[in-house]
Design a protein around this ligand. Structure first.
Ligand code: TYD
Length: 152
């Protein structure tokens, strides 16, 4: 992933972890709340065994939740859609993740056989915070687009 990449979609951004290259004794990566991710971390989850080349994950947005998503082994493609702009990002560097803020439709695909995804989240699991229907997401973001226009 290019660390100079500009994320054009709203409610997103690059996250840079601190790391120490301790080779040949390994690398150490550190994510501290409010320092390397802009929220207090309330939940951590990870996804592995993504060897199926047709696997697709995500396909939802969150109403409030903020998350930092990292590829800590291998690579995958993250598709972002804020209802207005879309952007595709290749994640292949454990030290460089993406902030998934609220109202950002995200899909993950094209996983390498050895891919491991790590997610840091700002709140506990709450199914009511999910928007899993793309039409509903479009309707909700269309509302905020017309608000944006009124503010101009
Ligand atoms: P989901 O968030 O849809 O996974 P992904 O975005 O990676 O495709 O979650 C898949 C299932 O796991 C869904 O039934 C909800 C459940 N789940 C929890 O119970 N707790 C959690 O913290 C997460 C992330 C998911």
């Amino acid at each position: 992933m290019n660390k100079k990449l500009k994320l054009r979609v709203r409610n997103s951004g690059l996250l840079d972890l601190k790391f120490f290259k301790d080779l040949p004794d390994g690398n150490l990566f550190i994510a501290e709340a409010r320092q390397h991710v802009p929220f207090d971390i309330k939940r951590v989850y990870f996804i592995n065994t993504l060897a199926n080349p047709k696997a697709v994950r995500g396909k939802h947005a969150h109403r409030q939740l903020q998350q930092g998503i990292f590829c800590i082994n291998g690579s995958f493609t993250l598709h972002l859609d804020d209802g207005r702009a879309k952007q595709r990002v290749l994640l292949n560097d454990p030290s460089c993740g993406v902030l998934l803020g609220p109202m950002l439709w995200h899909t993950m695909s094209s996983f390498s056989y050895d891919c491991v995804i790590l997610v840091l989240a700002s709140a506990g699991f709450d199914e009511a915070d999910y928007i899993r229907d793309y039409d509903e997401f479009r309707t909700l973001t269309r509302g905020s687009r017309s608000n944006d226009k009124r503010k101009r």
